[in-house]
Ligand binder design. Structure first.
Ligand code: HEM
Length: 449
């Protein structure tokens, strides 16, 4: 097993990944019997992306662990969060919900020990870390309560509903560009284009800048997703991105509009408002949080339809099923397959002694296939009525962008089915992305007929 204290560039990349978004953790699961009855998880850092079995299909592994050892301490796993050795893994729906309600576990990230890194990369790591400190997703109450309430005033159902015609316009425009094609690359030609345009529009960035914003986001996501991007180029891209965000904040302060950025600048509660640093962190994290997740849910969902043509046919015949279909896409192949927390104090969890400072990984992908909650959980069923999936998380950090993501995917699905009467997977097949923490596809080539 590789450890984070080794200072190879790849390991540094991994640590950066872990301190940024816990969603994007590169790990793989390898179940191992330690004693006759208890399964011990061994999580290994899979920087070579060699565990194709887990990437292809983690669900049989989840099913086995959930049945045999749903709360498990992995003695070997070393993590960049707590700088400790070992981590807890929680696999059942009920346990994950319980822990996400427990104020003794934290979303925060402890201060990073820069001394652990070579001098030439410290600048990058410290810059990266500084923005995570501003992100709401990494904060606990009362800071989180304050940020969420301020942002919630601007990013509300009205702001999302206001986006409906624009989302339709973006979807139509993307499909117009594909109309004479007999073959498309669904991920690049469609799934990657839609969310970045939607979120950039919502925030109020000028349209002519969307391409640059996509490149900056791709650089960030690529680094976290393990792409071969140098630390230095990622660092410069990040600086450019943050400078750009700052320019836009300044522009909107002088000339307010009707966009989310103007609303975020104006928002106030009992005399309180977002500081400039909080605004910058908020805008940056909205773009990152809303980008890859939505790309992946489109990719995973369309793949599920290709593998279940009878469900696709059912939806074509009953377009009114689009809402339950999108919920099933979110459940069946969850993109943020795990989230991370740290114990703030010692706690006894179902007879397991979780010590203060220990890392806890909550496997949303496993919870969404839990047979105690979902009937026939391994079945992709777009008519599913009881579907309380936790693909958007649960508790106080429940995804702020969930209504927007739902709207985007519903409009995309409905319009694609109207405009593309038939599509099937190209003979070369699809490729899975190499990040097991954020489940998605690298390519999904489709033949249109
Ligand atoms: C299908 C797409 C999406 C999925 C699957 C998803 C999933 C999630 C999950 C699981 C969390 C909880 C993280 C945790 O508890 O640690 C979360 C939080 C968050 N998401 Fe999403 N998300 C999606 C789209 C979006 C979009 C489009 C936006 C905004 C434009 C967004 C913004 C956020 C924010 C700001 C948080 C932090 C909320 C808080 O800390 O209170 N997400 N998301």
């Amino acid at each position: 097993m590789q450890v984070l204290r080794q200072k190879s560039p790849k390991i540094i990349k991994l640590t950066i990944l872990m301190i940024f978004l816990r969603f994007l953790t590169l790990i793989w699961v390898n179940s191992e019997y330690i004693s006759g009855k208890k399964i011990m998880l061994t999580l290994d850092l899979n920087l070579d992306h060699s565990n194709q079995e887990f990437l292809d299909n983690p669900y049989p592994i989840f099913a086995k662990l959930r049945a045999e050892s749903p709360v498990v301490w992995d003695t070997k796993f070393q993590t960049g969060y707590s700088n400790g050795v070992g981590a807890w893994h929680i696999l059942s729906y009920a346990d994950i919900q319980t822990l996400l309600h427990d104020r003794r576990i934290s979303s925060g990230i402890p201060p990073i020990d820069l001394e652990r890194y070579p001098p030439e990369v410290r600048k990058f790591i410290s810059q990266l870390f500084s923005i995570t400190q501003k992100a709401m997703v990494f904060s606990d109450p009362p800071k989180h309560t304050r940020l969420r309430s301020l942002v919630g005033k601007a990013f509300n159902p009205h702001a999302v509903e206001h986006m409906r015609p624009r989302i339709q316009e973006i979807v139509d425009g993307l499909l117009d560009n594909l109309q004479d094609r007999t073959k498309i690359e669904f991920i690049q030609d469609f799934a990657e284009q839609l969310p970045i345009n939607v979120v950039a529009d919502l925030i109020g960035f000028p349209r002519e800048d969307h391409h640059r914003i996509k490149n900056w986001s791709t650089s960030d996501v690529g680094l976290f997703g393990g792409a071969e991007i140098s630390l230095e180029s990622a660092y410069h891209s990040r600086i450019e991105f943050l400078n750009y965000i700052q320019e836009q904040i300044d522009r909107r302060r002088q000339h307010p509009g009707t966009d989310l950025l103007s609303a975020l600048i104006a928002v106030q509660e009992e005399g309180d408002r977002l500081s400039n640093a909080e605004l910058e962190g908020m805008v940056w994290s909205l773009i990152l949080a809303g980008y890859e997740t939505t790309v992946n849910i489109l990719g995973n969902g369309f793949l599920a339809f290709l593998k279940h043509p009878e469900q696709l046919q059912l939806l074509r015949e009953n377009p009114a099923l689009v809402e339950t279909a999108v919920e099933e896409m979110l459940r069946y192949d969850t993109t943020l397959i795990l989230i991370h927390r740290i114990a703030k104090e010692d706690l006894d969890f179902k007879g397991n002694f979780i010590k203060a400072g220990q890392d806890i990984y909550l496997w949303l992908g496993s919870a969404n296939r839990d047979p105690d909650v979902f009937a026939n959980p391994e079945q992709f069923d777009i008519t599913r009525q009881h579907n309380p999936h936790i693909g958007f998380g649960y508790g106080i950090h429940l995804c702020l962008g969930a209504p927007l993501a739902r709207l985007e995917v519903q409009i995309a699905l409905r319009t694609i089915l109207q405009r593309l009467p038939e599509f099937h997977l190209a003979p070369e097949g699809y490729q899975r992305g190499s990040n097991p923490g954020v489940r998605g596809l690298k390519s999904l080539p489709l033949i249109l007929s």
